[in-house]
Design a protein around this ligand. Sequence first.
Ligand code: CP3
Length: 344
Amino acid sequence: MSKDKTILRALAGETLPTPPIWMMRQAGRYLPEYKATRAQAGDFLSLCYNPELAAEVTFQPIRRYGFDAAILFADILLIPQALGADLWFVTGEGPRLSTITTQAELDALKPVEAIHDTLSPIYETVKILSNGLPAETTLIGFAGAPWTVATYMIAGRGTPDQGPAHALKAENRPVFDALMARITDATVLYLSEQIKAGAEVVKLFDSWAGSLQDSDFKKYSLEPMQRITAALKALHPDVPVIAFPRGAGERYVGAHAAIGADCVAIDDGVSAEWAAANVQTAGCVQGNLKSSHMVTGGDALVSETRRTVQALSQGPHIFNLGHGITPDADPENVQLMIDTVRGT
Ligand code: CP3
């Protein structure tokens, strides 16, 4: 592993003159070449499980833009599928899964060690990427954090307020806790295999952390991510972890220490100036340009990009969006963002 890579330097706590940059969902439907490869694969899940094509779509934004990191092309919902849930995607609507809300449904899941039967093609993708990426590009592996994955497993789909997961947590705590534990254990095995296959950094996406109130935030967002991070660090002490408790707001303060993460990714619900004063003091921060600028472009994109870079320039920073780029984004706006960050 080369410590010259700018992402690894930022994750080690270095303040760089120009922040390294990558983008959530950088391989995605805003790119015509992604749509072409996805059509070749047939559907989204076939693309995820086809190592050659999944690697191809991961390479595409690196070739086009020269991002400093590539993120493995896969999905956070492959773990539920590997544990035995049915998973499918409805075009224009999103994911659907068979639900887990009872002890009997929980008991019917596969043991965590069985996930590799389903997920081995993903490790193959990581190997192809590890061998094929440019020397300066960092390879990021990822998984969903247990709370976010549980919200999909319990509801069987995305939900605006994660109501079904909150309801199970309130009404059947033993089943909820056992599901969280199962996901946590599976995630450690999954990420450890990604690292063995060549992932240099791993990221935990807790997309729905923001809906956890009061002590639940610590108990069900921070603590499961802390357990995963500690288990991975015991196995792979040199591999940095990025945690993304999206929507945490003021609760981003102290998140580095609570999770044991090398970097905390922030969404655009907090300002870069606030994050510099309150979060970056504890370590590397990743974020947080509003992804809508990739649709609207123009002077606002340039000035907001500059403001974000400037605000976080006094500490370790990885430039990124506050959430994933959307399919209606203009690829030229991505180039404009990169040029603005790099000052070229
Ligand atoms: O960021 C990357 O480029 C790496 C690949 C990646 C995908 N999903 C590919 C994807 C990553 C890191 C994810 C994470 C993910 N998946 C999250 C957490 C991050 C977030 O967005 O909050 C979540 C909640 C999911 C679950 C998921 N997958 C949903 C809700 C959807 C449907 C919504 C949509 O955008 O259509 C997906 C599908 C998905 N995952 C797509 C991609 C590129 C679009 C699928 C397509 O090609 O039709």
